[in-house]
Design a protein around this ligand. Sequence first.
Ligand code: GTP
Ligand code: MG
Length: 450
Amino acid sequence: MKERMNIVIVGHVDHGKSTLIGRLLADTNSLPIGKLEQVKRTCELNSKPFEYAFLLDALVDEQAQGITIDTARVFFKTSKREYIIIDAPGHIEFLKNMISGAARAEAAILLIDAHEGIAENSKRHAYMLSLLGIKQIAVAINKMDLVNYSESKFNEIKNDYVVFLKEIGIEPIAFVPISARNGFNLIEHSNNMTWYKGKTILELIDSFEKEKGDEEKNFRMFVQGVYKFTENGDNRRIIAGTINSGTINVGDEIIFLPSNKKSTVKTIEIYGKESPLFASVEQAIGLTLTTQVYVKPGDLICRTDQQLPFTTNRFKANIFWMGKNLLSIHKKYKLKIGTNKAGLNIEKIITVMNASNLESTINREEVHRNEVAQIIFKTDKPISFDLFNQIKTTGRFVIVDEYDIAGGGIIVEALEEEEKPAKVDYSEFEKELYQLIKKYFPHWEIKPIF
Ligand code: GTP
Ligand code: MG
């Protein structure tokens, strides 16, 4: 099997993201046979100019008929590996998908229109990539045909953008001048830009390195559901989920957090397959256990022979707010981390930053749409998580305002749990009471529950 890699294409509206993808598909012969001609013919019939971006729409139509492609993700392969390219039409959808884990990107191409230059979303998108910890980033400066393939224009944009990117901790691996519409510097070098000696887009994505290491990390899996076998009086329970990181083996002792219940893996089940002896990151599995424990969706399963995550009700996080309403210190929200949910309160907004001009302010009580903030949060019950820089999928969360995902964040620090009022132990008192009842009302049929 060939290696697969997920790449997201981001950039300001109309800077040419869909054109780049359409052209890459066409020039690498990744389209269904006859598709290009068909779309060109339809354009002719409707007397509108052909656009490579239409190819993506045409593929969506096919998806509606049950074929494999959707706008968000297109597939193509090079001699090196297979790619899933994610088109990011609006940055809000893109961020929602990325942060909830619906779309995974290992690398990104940031597209800038050479004629229009660096726009608001060129910056915001870059910020989101840095927030999401996507480190492999290449910048394509598109529509070079509109600036006469000028090297100095290219350098001007590059130099400005590098300064911005540095401030947010991104060091792009390359800047490529392209014309997506004309297919220049995508697959082959263009004669119009002989001054450019670097890689083409295709060479560049083949040079992205596959992110490694999630398999070697500590085992984590959120419980998605608990099911019961029903056949022949079988009363086993199966605990289902998708592995966030690490590996699990039959015989491993596991712990459910935050409830601290322990058991041992008896079998690993994979739908439609023979039960394997071990499973690894990204696999959807079911576990049966040697002892029955009562667990719920949202619990985080870990291995007791490995380092455990944090469990607390306070943490510091960097968030991106995209809600219609303000994020207010006085309002209550819901947090979703993996399959776990909890009520969410804001203890303190530390700083707020405008993601496109990087101006920051302190002492604010609210965060506006498109702003980034560092916040101390408090959940209404302890939750288990990792820091984002250790395990991404258990270190990021979304904030739900009413019923909408209105923000996303990454956890940067676990904070000490707030002191709870000491628990009063009634058990001695209850025992005494029971003795008294037995003494004075011997005919009462009661049983102690302690
Ligand atoms: P949204 O999805 O709306 O954010 O836009 P997008 O970034 O996907 O842009 P799209 O690919 O739809 O291209 C926008 C316009 O730019 C289209 O009319 C393209 O034909 C045009 N365009 C794309 N690449 C080039 C190029 O290299 N040169 C010129 N001159 N125009 C281009
Ligand atoms: Mg588009």
